[in-house]
Design a protein around this ligand. Structure first.
Ligand code: 48H
Length: 260
């Protein structure tokens, strides 16, 4: 039973109580993923499923990254075998086209990847922009990220960030590899080099992105399109198999590094 009249101040107190509890609880996690696109959400699903405390930070107020824009606004995307198995696992319906290619509804893919990651235990924070990393030397490594609210970042006003710590940070920010880029630019002693994404070559890109998925420096891993940016690999357009396989691969590597 709702107690009437509902006091405005109680709504505020309820929000503050749980929002601050979240920041307290998730200020230090096992794995912190930046970006809730296909690779980040797939990684979050497998990491959380393996029992790792997993936080995913997304600067928009929505999930999905590049999935929703689909193929030049034609509202379908393509996934090939065996990445299609990942979508089957999370309950996304596949429409067989032939030659191992499947057509997928992007809205269904966004909803089901996000919901399965959350059900597995991953925590999403939306509207959070990652603008820097936290590092240590001797040995050089990444130990966390600096965040500000996206609205503050968009307003162009300066505020100092807050810091979140993690045993592993995953750059799943897509084409610009924003986390690796800032680490490389601001902390050259980490020895990180960005080669920049190449033009389209679908068949090569799909294999190479998965192959090069992994650790960039201790504590920092890369998945999805950010792999192409870091390692100078071709793009692949609206076929999403490598994004899913890369998310799964980065999760497997981190699970092995953290749990042995
Ligand atoms: C917080 C951030 C920040 C930040 C970015 O672009 P995405 O969908 O990334 P992937 O790699 O999982 O998938 C790429 C795919 O969508 C794609 O673009 C393909 C396959 N292109 C091929 C081609 O040839 O063009 O998602 C990245 C997410 C987005 O939601 C961003 O808003 C978010 O990361 N993000 N979040 N802090 N600094 N930077």
């Amino acid at each position: 039973m709702v107690k009437h009249p509902i006091a405005e101040s109680e709504i505020t107190r309820a929000i503050v109580k749980y929002a601050l509890r979240d920041l307290d609880e998730y200020s230090k996690v096992d794995v912190l993923i930046v970006g809730a696109g296909p690779s980040g959400m797939t990684a979050a699903y497998y990491l959380a499923k393996a029992g790792l405390k997993t936080l995913i930070l997304e600067r928009r107020f929505s999930f999905g990254g590049g999935i929703g824009g689909a193929a030049n606004h034609l509202l379908r995307i393509v996934v090939e075998y065996p990445a299609s198995e990942i979508l089957s696992e999370v309950g996304v319906r596949l429409y067989e086209y032939g030659d191992g290619l499947f057509v997928v509804d992007p809205a269904e893919m966004i909803a089901k990847l996000a919901s399965r990651a959350i059900d597995a235990g991953a925590k999403f924070l939306l509207g959070v922009h990652v603008d820097d990393v936290v590092f240590r030397d001797n040995p050089p490594r990444i130990t966390g990220v600096a965040v500000i609210w996206s609205t503050v970042q968009m307003a162009g006003v300066h505020t100092d960030p807050i810091f979140l710590e993690a045993k592993a940070v995953v750059d799943a920010t897509g084409h610009d590899a924003e986390v690796v880029a800032v680490a490389s630019r601001k902390t050259p002693e980490l020895g990180i080099k960005l080669y920049g994404e190449k033009s389209a070559y679908v068949d090569a890109a799909e294999d190479l992105v998965v192959k090069y998925t992994g650790k960039v420096v201790d504590g920092l891993y890369v998945t999805g399109m950010a792999v192409a940016a870091v390692h100078g690999l071709p793009r692949m357009g609206p076929i999403f198999g490598s994004m899913l396989l890369s998310g799964k691969r980065v999760a497997e590597l981190i699970i092995s590094d953290l749990k042995g």
